[in-house]
Design a protein around this ligand. Sequence first.
Ligand code: FES
Ligand SMILES: [Fe+2]
Length: 323
Amino acid sequence: MATAKVNTVTENINLRYWQDGSYFKSWYPVCLSTDLAPGTIKGIDFLNSRIIAYRGPDGAPIVQSAYCPHLGADLSLGQMVEGEVRCPYHHWRFNAAGVCTLVPTLGRGLPTAKIQPYPVAERWGLIWVFNGHEPVGEVPTLLGVTEDDVIFRTIDMGLHNVESWIPITNALDFQHVKTVHGFPHDKDGSNFVFGPTSISFDFDVSHPTGAGKVFYQNTFSMRDFQPFPPGHFIMPTSNSPFPNWHHQFGVVAVLKSACPAEQVEALLATLLACLRQLNEEDSQIIGTIRFRPRGDAKLVKSDRALALMLDYYDRLPRGAPLD
Ligand code: FES
Ligand SMILES: [Fe+2]
């Protein structure tokens, strides 16, 4: 858990990546699909601000900034009334576009009073939110399959006292993959394919279909890595509720065509245990790390893949929360 020492350490990291108050523009998972019950409003800490999430009349998720433009009440304390959000304080109402449709004391709406809607998607058992008016890049996905191809499980893995981009450096820190986790994967970055918001690569020492992809700075999607048989998927991903913390979720899946039905549950349980074990093996190191800017870190030849990842981080778009 949080200690004064850990906070001091991670604040040093913020000087490099967060000093201008911006955050990585990214698709962030903000809650489980099952967390959004029809007719209820969920409040979520997000990028050092707050959002509300609820389902519209058609069941599709809607995400908006949480603070009422009147006097700033937290709208997650309000109610859904006739498909609209009603503020708990003076009962102003806001529609799916975020526009105030009713000020009770005026008997009409106030179109200039708005809450900010966020781009939102529902995939892999998660509600995803993009912190920009127009999404840049795709919603993170399991590699090479659709939801119909697999049986998947999605879990909430809780809050952790470190920025979300730091655990994801694990994905391409191949020294640690060997030393901490004992996996044989070894890459120098020469087969990385860089997109504007992703890094893709093949595990060529593993199964022929084995691959990994980092989406933005907060998601690592991988399939078919040793020691499991082909046809499996693991995807840790997280959001940034406030500085120095991330809220992690995990998706695991097995390919329907590759796994006998009677073995699916056991394999999913094994994959979830693997995901938790990987986290556990890293947690003490990652939770206390003092990650120096590259110019001060003694990176060596075998850190090349990681160095490429840090360059990629530098190129990722940044933006403030929309409120
Ligand atoms: S603070 Fe929301 S209606 Fe007044
Ligand atoms: Fe790790």
